[in-house]
Structure formats: C-alpha cells, structure tokens
Design a protein around this ligand. Sequence first.
Ligand SMILES: O=C(O)CCC(=O)C(=O)O
Length: 286
Amino acid sequence: MSVERWSPALGAEVHGLDAGALIASGDADALAEVGDWLYDALIENQVLFIRDQNLEPAQHVVFAKLFGDLAPRHHSYNTHQANPDVAVLDWQPGDRPDATEWHSDMTFREKPPFASVLQAQIIPPVGGDTLWASMYSVHDSLDPGFLKDLEGMVICHDPGQFRNGAYANGGNQGITDMLVEAGSAVWPIVSHHPVTGRPYINVSESNSRWIMGTGAAESQRIVNYILHAINRPDHQVRLRWQPGTIAIWDNRASQHYAVADYPDHRRVMHRVAVDTDRRFEATCSH
Ligand SMILES: O=C(O)CCC(=O)C(=O)O
C-alpha cells in the first residue's frame, strides 16, 4: 500500500488496498496490520481517501472497528436496516442537506467520536463533493498576537442546525428534547491533538455558539474572524466522490463541509463513526 498526498494542508489517497477482499479472507493478522498502517497514515494526513471499496454494511463495520469501538447511534440520522451501526445519509432531490457547514462531528458531546468512515453509495452526476480543512493549518496561519488573545478562551458547542429536523418533527418540544439528548460541551479554542500534541483551532461554523464569559457581539466577532480563516482554500482538500469511495477522517483536528450543489439529484452515503482511538487509549493506560 502507498499514500499519495493531495494537498499541503491535509488529505491523502491510499493506493493498493481492497478492504472487502481482505475482510473476506478472514486473515485477522493481515487485517490488524492494515489497521495499524492506516492509523499511522490517518494521524499523518488527517483524512484518507480510498477508491473502489464498495463495502457491504457488515464489512464497513468490521473495517471501522480497525480504529476503535463504535460510537453510539447518531441522534438524528437513520440507520441501515441490515446493520444499525451504519448511519444512512440519504438526501433526496429538493432536500436541504445538513452538512453544508464547516464542522467536526458531534463536538457538542463531551466525548466526540475519534473518527468517521464514510462510503459513497449514490453520487450526483456532478457535484456533491466534500471538503476537509486542517485546523492545525488554520491555527498556524493565525497572527501570533491573536493566538495570544485566544489563550485561555473556551467556547460552547451545541447541536446547531440539528434544530431544523427536531423542530420539523416535534415543534418547540422537539428542539428541547433534542438539545437535552444531544447536550452541549465547552472546549478550549486552542485545543491540542491528544496523539500529536499539535495545537489546533476548535471552533466550527456549525456548532460553536458562545465564547464563555463574553457577550454575543464579542463572541460572534471572534468566531467570524476564525471562520474567515477556515474558508481559505490554503487549509483545505476537496474530494470528488465516486460510488464505493471511502473517506476516513480524524475528527479531532479536522473539519469537513459537504457541498450541497445537487438540488435535482439524490446522494446517499453510509457512515460508521468510531468512538475511541484504541491505540491512543492503550498508551494512556500504561
Ligand atoms: O456527506 C458528506 O460528505 C459528509 C457528511 C458529514 O458531514 C458527516 O458524516 O459528518
């Protein structure tokens, strides 16, 4: 296997892997070895792309478990009828996809998932790309004086536009119930990746609502300044999907944005979220 870096900021394509064949072979040692190799590549590149995988739901789950234990069920997405660990993101013509904002997954939880493994099922003839941004790169681009101002600041993340679905399904009570179930969590704006130790900016368009101890205007101004940086292509990589393409991302210092430029088409993705970074947790317990 080899990796081909796609952008200086982050992202690499993995060549020479047929995950379905490997899983079908039942060779547990070979699978574990591939898991270790992919993990190192993921830490290095933040997001990996693998073409032509076409994993069945059960294989998708086995593949995702190479990285750690699976995350609890998502509070909003439907799950696959053949396997409840696979979330199905099915956007029909005319729908308003909800991932068209920069975000890391579920940062409103006290323990957001470590990684996600997303596989394209149905892709529009053109469009429906996904972008990732390196929040290390965003951090390193900020003015040292501004970074000093950010030191010690913490920001509250909440479920953002998941309110839309909750309201559509249950009105005011629907939003209240969803907010209670999903929760909210406060993070340092300058966080540190637990494995690499590198600083990154932990502020997202979708979920970062309020810098604690400030007022609305001050909080929003600082958040807007950071969002402007995330929007710069210098920090990004863009994937044009094909059915069967897999993307694996380290959710801790990257964000992603699914472009909703396919109003007349259907787009279906299967996603398995990985809760714990097993290799990192093992180093902590020693
Ligand atoms: O559909 C996509 O490309 C990305 C979906 C997404 O944002 C997610 O799985 O968290």
